[in-house]
Design a protein around this ligand. Structure first.
Ligand code: CA
Ligand code: CA
Length: 272
């Protein structure tokens, strides 16, 4: 005090209530955000969830089962959306770098059924006082993923984690969606180019099969082919081909009488 009234001179003034520092043992769970991006049909090892688990117990804790939910969005049914991810893997971030690497081992595999995938048959230990990381990754289905759909996973509740012994969890559920991967098709692997055997042709011979393609719809969604460009890779000049026809197969899988002639393809001048 500026005055002589300094003190208190008899005893220190203290908070009459004691404050207790309580250390509650638990596994604290959080998701590391994964930046949104694009994926192609058939793409493998796409990270869906990056889970960070911290053990504040004085003893090791072991995860033995985990369930993840399908948080994908699109126009399809739940079964359609489930099928867009051909398989899922639970991966240990063994090198602890927070990034899904090819060397991060697979603990278990699963796939979505009715919007849910269950991983089991593994043990994953978080040592006392330590933080470890897990990934759920998926392989994008080559023929069932529809362009424009968004693929994602999430974890709904504490009941989706099973530890080897009773374990308290601290997390904000749902955990996720942990990623948003937009499907961008198609890729060449979706179009099957079947063998069109070479033949010897004379003048005015034909029609001869030059290209035999199996074209798929857009994942689980019907689609319409409205344009097709074909490049002449042969040594015969375009002028030696009187007409190039596009045929829709009637169902027997070969160029035959059941096919529908979609018309004569117009020359565009380019050779790709
Ligand atoms: Ca890693
Ligand atoms: Ca046919």
């Amino acid at each position: 005090m500026a005055s002589a009234d300094d003190g208190p001179i008899d005893r220190a003034v203290a908070n009459p209530s004691a404050l207790t520092i309580a250390v509650v043992d638990r596994i604290a769970l959080a998701l590391k955000p994964i930046n949104p991006g694009g994926v192609a049909p058939g793409q493998r090892d796409v990270p869906l969830l990056a889970l960070v688990a911290t053990n504040t117990y004085a003893v090791d804790k072991t995860l033995v089962a985990l369930a993840a939910g399908d948080a994908s969005t699109g126009s399809g049914t739940q079964a359609d959306l489930d099928g867009e991810l051909a398989s899922l893997a639970l991966r240990d971030d063994a090198n602890g770098d927070g990034v899904l690497d090819p060397g991060d081992p697979t603990l278990a595999t699963a796939f979505f059924v009715s919007g849910r995938a269950s991983f089991g048959g593994f043990t994953w230990t978080i040592p006392a006082g330590k933080t470890r990381r897990l990934f759920v990754s998926g392989d994008v289905a080559l023929l069932r993923a529809a362009d424009g759909d968004v693929l994602a996973g999430s974890i709904a509740s504490a009941a989706d984690f099973e530890f080897a012994d009773p374990t308290a969890l601290s997390a904000v559920f749902p955990l996720g969606p942990g990623a948003a991967w937009k499907v961008n098709g198609m890729v060449a692997a979706e179009v099957q180019a079947r063998d069109a055997p070479g033949v010897t042709l004379g003048a005015s011979d034909g029609p001869a099969l030059a290209l035999d393609l199996v074209v798929r719809r857009n994942g689980y969604v019907d689609d319409v082919l409205d344009r097709l460009s074909v490049v002449n890779l042969g040594t015969a000049p375009d002028a030696e081909l009187v007409e190039v026809h596009l045929w829709s197969d009637g169902g027997d899988g070969v160029l035959s009488g059941d096919d529908q002639d979609l018309g004569v393809m117009a020359p565009s001048g380019g050779r790709g």
